[in-house]
Design a protein around this ligand. Structure first.
Ligand code: FCB
Length: 451
């Protein structure tokens, strides 16, 4: 497909996260994170994998910057590991940890690749988890202190900041479903954690505006889902509204409107799992608006009414016959368009970066050592087509960060799910382009005119 829809200056990047690629779990003074701990829980991670070595990016980052230069990327989203910078979560800074990110930022800028820095992509210092983690109000203040240290060091060079990656997943996968660190199964704690995360976000925005040596833009990355009722019946419509409330509006509303959605609060209160909100928390939210929204989109949710969930009264359903990725996630690019338009209509047409989008597929077709991942190309292409459509319809979309630069540690799935456009040889740790890498290189070179 050919189009001229991507604006000049559009950011074309790839995204990664510290724990998924860095390795060097105990080097140069890094502290233990909740993922270091969780990976030791028997059965928590497929095949007993860990992020101890991951892609060894901590040592091979120069190769990875060269890889990005060769791809022609003009932006790169990565995360800073909090326990690498402040090993016990509060107090003394580990200068070697911070120096690592400084070298990375400088090398990227030298190649004209804009760093987009996420401050928290799920690797909380274990020492803070020992004090309650994200259910403890104090963690939000520790986060703001840590953020300040990073702003002071890199704020003169990094222009785009993301406070948190997917607080919805941190809270609910980590504290309700127990499938992510810290592995807790308690809905009340999850809801409380979601609130403290939102407070942490607002505090970091405030600190950025007060403390950073230069002031550019700061936002938060939310994992939003396009949500559709399973049938046209009224009860499924209501269930879809509840699901949308808990998954999307529960985060969008405090970020953009400074208040939680009343219908969701009522459901949570009914289930006796509403968060404890201090008066100053809400004031913080409304006083600290974002400059942009980071959107992670992978798949839609189809929702039906169900008392299987006694608090929210919905469950997810899956179309058996629809195309799915290796994660079992339905491929539905129109969902991205629907979400983008909805953000424009309901949340004041914010500037948006797609901070993640991509797909896991098995290396089914390998020719002369190169993975022929036409499935991944088709997934990304179809989503970019929907992104262009949204831009034409007035959405202020300013960048696209493909997930992900290279195969890496996919949380509870270990290394069994591959999202990379670059293959990683788990033995030699060598990196090899898949077909999608060459394809994406051309997309970037033509500013998306050739998809
Ligand atoms: C997102 C995460 C990212 C990666 C992708 C597949 O939810 O932010 O780290 O795991 O999913």
């Amino acid at each position: 497909m050919s189009n001229d829809g991507f604006p000049k200056g559009f950011q074309w990047g790839a995204a990664t996260a510290a724990y998924q690629i860095e390795g060097a779990a105990r080097e140069d003074g890094k502290g233990e994170s909740i993922w270091d701990r969780f990976c030791r829980v028997p059965g928590a991670i497929q095949n007993g994998d860990t992020g101890d070595v991951a892609c060894d990016h901590y040592h091979r980052w120069r190769d990875d910057v060269e890889n990005m230069r060769d791809l022609g990327l003009n932006a790169y989203r990565f995360s800073v590991s909090w326990p690498r910078v402040i090993p016990s979560g509060s107090g003394k800074v580990n200068t070697r940890g911070l120096a690592f990110y400084e070298s990375l930022v400088d090398a990227l800028l030298k190649e004209r690749i804009e760093p987009v820095v996420t401050l928290y992509h799920w690797d909380l210092p274990q020492a803070l988890q020992d004090k309650g983690g994200w259910t403890n109000h104090d963690t939000a203040y520790r986060f703001a202190d840590y953020a300040e240290k990073v702003f002071l060091k890199l704020g003169d060079r990094v222009k785009t900041w993301v406070t948190l990656n997917e607080p919805q997943v941190s809270a609910f996968a980590g504290y309700a479903d127990g499938v992510h660190a810290p592995g807790i199964k308690d809905l009340g704690q999850a809801v409380q954690a979601s609130h403290i995360l939102i407070v942490a976000h607002a505090l970091a925005v405030q600190v950025y505006r007060e403390a950073s040596p230069a002031r550019h833009r700061i936002g938060v990355t939310l994992d939003l889902h396009a949500i559709y009722p399973w049938t046209e019946g009224a009860s499924d419509a209501e269930a879809a509204r509840a699901a949308d409330g808990r998954v999307n509006r529960w985060f969008l509303d405090p970020v953009f409107r400074g208040a939680y959605p009343k219908d969701v609060l009522a459901l949570l209160e009914g289930g006796r799992v509403a968060p404890r909100i201090e008066a100053k928390d809400l004031a913080l939210l409304s006083a600290n608006p974002v400059d942009f929204l980071g959107l992670n989109y992978y798949f839609p949710h189809r929702v039906l009414a169900s008392d299987a969930d006694p608090v929210l009264h919905y469950e997810y359903a899956v179309h058996k016959d629809r195309e799915k990725t290796e994660m079992g996630w339905e491929v539905y690019p129109e969902g991205l368009y629907d979400l983008l338009l909805r953000l424009k209509q309901d949340y004041g047409n914010p500037s948006i970066l797609i901070t993640e989008n991509g797909a896991a597929y098995a290396d089914a077709n390998v020719v002369k050592g190169q993975v022929q991942d036409d499935d991944r190309i088709s997934y990304i292409r179809s989503h970019l087509e929907q992104a262009v459509r949204a831009i034409k319809d007035g959405v202020k979309l300013e960048g696209y960060f493909l997930w992900t630069l290279m195969d890496n540690f996919e949380w509870s799935f270990g290394f069994s799910r591959k999202f990379g456009i670059t293959s990683l040889d788990r033995h030699t740790l060598g990196r090899t382009w898949k077909k999608s890498a060459s394809w994406y290189q051309n997309v970037v070179a033509t500013n998306g005119a050739q998809l």
